[in-house]
Design a protein around this ligand. Structure first.
Ligand code: SDX
Length: 437
């Protein structure tokens, strides 16, 4: 980060001593005001619940321009990565800062491929769950449980441990997600096959059975791979910030990633794709396109508590570039499957058109986000709705790891420990229970 020539001056209307605060510039994006010395000098905290105006770190990984609707992974536009690269190239880029050469990609792919199996004991964790357990409940447990099997890679301050746990987590997430799915449908687990691509292996572990050969549909495999790329990282979102804060205590990488899985589950975050598809299916049952007006009216009524799931974003105040790519992928997949008349997709496009023209949404800069179309694509591929967020977690694992490693690799990093504005009771004395009124 580069110190700016401009300083910020903090002054108080009661004549308390003012303070000069340094400003730092990034390579692109907003400058930051460095408040690290604020409390020490003026005895006051800043106040920013939800962190709307707070930069928690400096990072070189992902940049979002919310006003322009731009997303860069290590400087590369998401549109180029999603159409010219595959997910493992993107993983290499996020972890190492550069796209791999042919040899680097072959070596990385070989490493990931040969770590896709999980310890056979993992199956016994699954048996503890009910068959109708939500896959995210299962995945949260399984990812945390991985730390019990890899004592040779739990020291987050050891670069070699960080490297091998990154490979293990990226490699095993598809296996764990497909096991969580197979468990809920009562089918046997399918082992990874080393001659398949990352996405092809996942599709086979999801949909193959021991009864017949399974040849993945290449259009669907490509769509799955693109879904992984689009979800791989996204700056300091809620789950990434959770992973950073969790990892800042020095806990092992598996535990920190399990915390990210738990946070992603929420409907305001990664759970929105499941919520968005359920919303569309409910709308379809209630009358479909003809009833959109009534639904939008409910959304605009604050008392309804209804939100347009898959719309709006803390950072994007323009169209989420991932949503555009996801909509294209929708077209490709639905055409490949002969489902171009899919009523849910038509309903989604009609709803998007109305929302983009409605003053309520325009005034609030509410555009479709990555979750609006991702559910339709996954549903067309045959992924059950309850597995959507688990697939989001599978893809985001590489981003979480890259961000965690960046933090741990920063010599200035400290354990995260925010403060508060206390508005509770001042000190008071305990009265014995027999004297309490
Ligand atoms: C992801 O952070 C990331 O990068 C996340 C993510 C990633 O890749 O990691 O991009 C993935 O989580 C995408 C977002 C998925 N969530 C949803 O689609 C759920 C629906 N969206 C909302 O919950 C909401 O838009 C958020 C949570 C995404 C953002 O909320 P903010 O930034 O806190 O904004 P807000 O809730 O203060 O909303 C501002 C206004 C409010 O109205 P007013 O009080 O100003 O009148 O917009 C309204 C909100 O009521 N609003 C919506 C709305 N989203 C915001 N109204 C209806 N439908 C919505 N979806």
């Amino acid at each position: 980060m580069t110190p700016s020539d401009v300083k910020a001056t903090l002054s108080f209307s009661d004549g308390s001593p003012s303070m000069e605060l340094p400003i730092y510039k990034g390579t692109i994006g907003p400058d930051v005001i460095d408040i690290r010395k604020l409390y020490g000098q003026v005895g006051k905290f800043t106040y920013d619940p939800g962190f709307l105006s707070t930069a928690s770190c400096n990072s070189t990984i992902t940049y979002i321009d919310g006003d322009k609707g731009e997303l860069l992974y290590r400087g590369y536009p998401i549109e180029q990565l999603a159409t010219q690269c595959d997910f493992l190239e993107t993983c290499y880029l996020l972890l190492n800062g550069e796209l791999p050469t042919g040899d680097q990609k072959s070596e990385f792919s070989h490493l990931v491929t040969h770590h896709t199996m999980v310890n056979e004991q993992m199956q016994f964790f699954l048996r503890g769950f009910r068959r109708d357990a939500h896959p995210m409940a299962i995945l949260t447990g399984l990812v945390g449980a991985l730390s019990a099997f890899y004592h040779d890679s739990t020291d987050i301050h050891n670069p070699e441990h960080r490297a091998i746990s990154a490979i293990r987590l990226i490699a095993k997430m598809p296996t764990l997600v497909s096991m969580a799915y197979k468990y809920t449908v009562g089918q046997p687990y399918i082992y990874p096959k080393n001659d398949l691509s990352y996405a092809g292996n996942f599709m086979r572990m999801m949909f193959a059975t021991p009864c017949e050969e399974y040849a993945p549909n290449e259009v669907l495999v490509r769509a799955m791979d693109r879904i992984f790329i689009l979800h791989a990282d996204h700056e300091q979102n809620a789950s990434t910030s959770t992973v950073r804060l969790c990892g800042s205590s020095g806990t092992n990488p598996f535990a920190a990633i399990a915390a990210g899985v738990a946070c992603l589950w929420g409907p305001a975050h990664g759970g929105a794709n499941e919520a968005a598809l359920n919303m569309l299916e409910d709308m379809q049952k209630a009358g479909g396109v003809e009833k959109i007006g009534e639904f939008v009216k409910q959304v605009k009524d604050k008392n309804s508590g209804i939100k347009l799931m898959g719309f709006g974003h803390r950072v994007y105040k323009n169209y989420d570039p991932r949503a555009k790519l996801m909509r294209e992928t929708c077209h490709e997949v639905l055409d490949a499957l002969g489902l171009h008349d899919d009523p849910i997709f038509k309903l989604a496009m009609a709803l998007e058109k109305i929302a983009l023209e409605d003053e309520y949404f325009v005034a609030r800069k509410l555009y479709p986000n990555v979750d609006f179309y991702s559910g339709i694509v996954q549903r067309a591929i045959g992924i059950p709705v309850t597995l959507f967020t688990a697939i989001f977690a599978l893809a985001r694992t590489v981003g979480w790891i890259a961000q965690l490693n960046e933090m741990i690799g920063d010599p200035e990093y400290k354990i995260g420990r925010p403060r508060q504005l206390f508005t509770g009771s001042t000190q008071r004395q305990v009265v014995s229970i027999d004297k309490r009124g």
